[in-house]
Design a protein around this ligand. Structure first.
Ligand code: ZN
Ligand code: ZN
Length: 356
């Protein structure tokens, strides 16, 4: 892995040079992890346009650095960003303006002999968007654990079980199967709670005839899976089946549209047009999907007028939903990888309506 991280730093160094910066101060911890392998709560990395990178972290992680990235020169200092800025010895220092607070920026500029601090955009996030096969294997495993946890918990989804019990069972199943933990707080939304896209599981008991939406995922090797299925607890009314069929059709359209060079807006429109044509445009109040990786939501974000193109080896979700206030909702979500031969679904759980 050391080699992989060194390659990532080399690619970043080229971008730093192209931006006419002498170095980039990386302070977003997830970006430090991507570039070094170090998973910590306090670290910063200085990536020079030329020359070796310099890592700073505090004493709690010194031993971990030895194990994870022994090739890096390390400064052990609790004030990581300030230590690197003070010792950078550069003229133009890029920084992650989206991650540095005003207070931190003020402190950096006040340092004796501080370099010129230049907002450098999202250079590392941009690099992270296209995954290598090692990353895709970790994400694929996280998705496989997600599929298996769903299967394990399915028998529990019955009248009398509460949303919270099901959410806890999902998270327990993922961890038992080998996940590091849940990728995010699991959503279990039953009956009319299904009309709230990000409902917090509560003590509501599943009732016969409810649609139940489960949105959850496993984290493995730092990579986040994300899947949603809506199932029926017993007898399904016609409106529920119609709603399900509509969302399923829209979701499939979004999946099919996720090809290399596809405009992000086209993927969103593929699902949204179908939902709008059915008269439910106003009932689909969120983006069609988002990138996944070391974060549960990362570039590319899709919807809300975001533009740009997909590329080969970019993992995204496709997750349209329709929410009817006071009645319930349906969302179906897969994690997939954009590939030249067509999208590769990493979550493989059936999308036939399961009537339990
Ligand atoms: Zn989700
Ligand atoms: Zn999602």
């Amino acid at each position: 892995m050391g080699q992989t991280h060194a390659e990532r730093r080399a690619r970043l160094a080229a971008l730093v040079a192209a931006a006419e910066l002498d170095a980039l101060l990386v302070t977003r911890l997830v970006n430090v992890r991507y570039l070094t392998g170090l998973d910590s709560s306090n670290a910063a990395l200085l990536v020079r346009a030329e020359g070796p990178a310099l890592l700073a972290t505090d004493g709690r992680y010194a031993g971990m650095v030895e194990a994870v990235c022994p090739e890096l020169e390390v400064e052990v200092d609790r004030m990581t960003a300030r230590a690197l800025t003070a010792s950078a010895g550069v003229r133009r220092l890029g920084f992650e303006a989206h991650a540095v607070t005003v207070a931190e920026h003020t402190a950096l500029t006040a340092l004796e002999g501080a370099p010129e601090l230049v907002p450098a955009g999202t250079l590392v996030e941009d690099l992270r968007t296209v995954k290598d096969e090692h990353e895709l294997a970790l994400l694929g495993h996280a998705c496989a654990l997600t599929d298996r946890a769903f299967e394990a918990v399915l028998p529990m989804i019955a009248p009398g079980a509460t949303e919270r019990e099901i959410a806890i069972a999902l998270e327990r199943a993922m961890i038992d199967l080998g996940a590091e933990g849940p990728a995010f707080a699991s959503i279990v939304a039953s009956g009319q709670n299904g009309a709230v896209p990000h409902h917090h599981p509560a003590d509501r008991e599943i009732a016969r005839g409810d649609l139940v939406t489960l949105d959850f995922g496993a984290r493995y090797g730092g990579y986040h899976a994300d899947m949603t299925r809506t199932v029926a607890a017993g007898a399904v009314a016609q409106w529920q089946r119609d709603l399900y069929d509509l969302v399923r059709k829209a979701q499939q359209a979004a999946v099919d549209a996720a090809t290399p060079d596809a405009e992000i807006t086209a993927v969103d429109a593929a699902a949204r047009d179908i939902i709008e044509a059915a008269g439910h445009g106003g009932d689909f109040p969120h983006a069609v999907g988002h990138g996944v990786g070391l974060e549960i939501g990362e570039a590319p974000l899709m919807g809300y007028g975001r533009t740009g193109k997909l590329r080969d080896r970019v993992p995204i979700t496709a997750e349209p939903g329709v929410y009817l206030a006071g009645r319930g909702g349906v969302r179906i979500e897969d994690t997939l990888v954009v590939r030249p031969g067509g999208p590769e679904l990493l979550t493989k759980t059936t999308k036939d309506l399961l009537v339990l």
